[in-house]
Each structure stands twice: as C-alpha cells, then as structure tokens.
Write a protein of this length. Structure first.
Length: 248
C-alpha cells in the first residue's frame, strides 16, 4: 500500500530528528534497548513470581488452618469449662437442698416431740387429792407454753414451704405413706387410712417425710385392732391436724 505524502513527511521528520540527536543520547538509547529483557526472560520471571505466590498462598492457608484448629481447641476448652462450672453449680445447689431438707427433717422431729409433750400435758389428770389444783395449773401452763412453741414452729415451717400431707381418711398411697399397721373397720373402705402414727409432710409439693399410717384391711385382726386402739390415744395422732390450725 502506498503512503501519502503527509505520512512520508512525518516519518522523514522523525528520522531527521533522530539523526540530529547528540552521540551520547544515541548510545544511551542503544544501551537501554540492550538492557531491556527479552520475551523469554520476562516469561521466566513471571513464572517464578507465580510459583512464589503459590508457595506464599499455601503458607497462608496452612497458617489459617492452624489458627482455625487453635480456635476450635479454645472453643472446646471454653465449652468444657462452662460444663464443669454448670456441674459444680448443680452440685452446690443439690448440696444446699440436701442440707435444707435435713434441717427441715430435724425440725419435724422436734415438732413431733413438742406435739407429744403438748398432748401429754393437756391430758394430764392428777390422781391424788393433795395438790390436785396446783398440778392441774402447772400442767395447763405447760400445755399452753408447748402449744405456743408448736404454733411458732409450724409457722416457720409453713414459711419454708412445708405443709402437712393429707393422710387420715385418704386411700393408702405407697409412694407417700408407710403402712405401720393394719386394722379392720367394717364401716370403712378397704385400703383407707384410719389412723396416723406419725404425720407426713410435703416440701413445695414434693415428699419431705412419709406418713406412718394404719390402713384398713379386708378382714378383722384382733392384734391389729388392739394395737390401733392403743395408738389412737397417741397425742401425735390425735393432734396431727393442729399443723393447719397453727400455720393458718
């Protein structure tokens, strides 16, 4: 293809300017061309750089994997620590609940003794004529003092969530009652509780102490009837419902 005159003139002008440059500039330009890398060297350097980037990428990935493993180990250790702390808190709560229950049971034993003493004092009848009036006054004062202490103890137990387990007249419940004796009453259903040896108590609807009861059986038994009649005079049996009166 033929070039036009303008293009020819431009090329000629550029060549003339090149020739008009001082010799030092021409030497420097030729040296720059000589120092410039060829295409093969450039490709080799690019390949080396690519391999170096790959190596560094693998190192970074390895470091990230190690960091991830360390983080998972820390998470596992933290989870184990939290589980251990939770287990210790549960053990402490169980220990406190057990100690609380043991204290309440001790208070119930004290209540049984106060109840028995109150019944004995209230039912005391001197036999001789000498000092009968003084003895009755003493017994009445003792019974009143025991009743006051018993009311205060029942109020304390009620504030702690302790309440009497209904047993008398109820069907026998083996999960909450202990059959201390069997008796026979033809007018009552078989399996009904007809007397209490020792009252039972609940703590926030959970069993605190089982009731010791006398259960009606299907046929008479003289020994059981005799024992039941004797236990009916027990002041704990006669006044077990006082817990409701004291705590109300």
């Amino acid at each position: 293809m033929d070039m036009d005159s303008t293009t020819k003139d431009a090329l000629a002008e550029r060549f003339r300017l090149y020739l008009d440059q001082p010799p030092e500039a021409l030497v420097a330009a030729e040296q720059a061309l000589a120092d410039a890398p060829d295409l093969l060297s450039l490709l080799a350097e690019l390949t080396a750089l690519k391999n170096e980037v790959k190596v560094e990428s693998r190192q970074v990935k390895t470091a990230l994997d190690e960091f991830r493993g360390l983080f998972e180990t820390l998470q596992s250790a933290q989870s184990s620590l939290e589980q251990e702390q939770q287990r210790r808190r549960e053990q402490e709560r169980s220990a406190r609940a057990r100690q609380h229950k043991e204290l309440l049971l001790d208070l119930l034993e004290l209540r049984d003794r106060l109840q028995a003493g109150h019944g004995s004092a209230a039912g005391y009848r001197p036999k001789g004529l000498f000092g009968r009036r003084q003895a009755r006054r003493f017994a009445a004062a003792m019974a009143e003092g025991l009743a006051m202490n018993l009311r205060r103890l029942d109020e304390t137990l009620a504030r702690r969530g302790v309440r009497l387990l209904p047993a008398l007249g109820e069907p026998f419940d083996p999960h909450r009652m202990h059959a201390a004796e069997l008796a026979f009453d033809p007018e009552l259903p078989v399996g009904q509780v007809i007397a209490e040896r020792r009252p039972g108590f609940l703590l926030d609807d959970e069993l605190l102490r089982a009731a010791e009861v006398v259960v009606n059986r299907s046929e008479p038994a003289k020994a059981s009837m005799t024992a039941m009649a004797a236990k009916t005079a027990d002041p704990v049996i006669q006044t077990s419902t006082d817990f409701y009166e004291h705590s109300s």
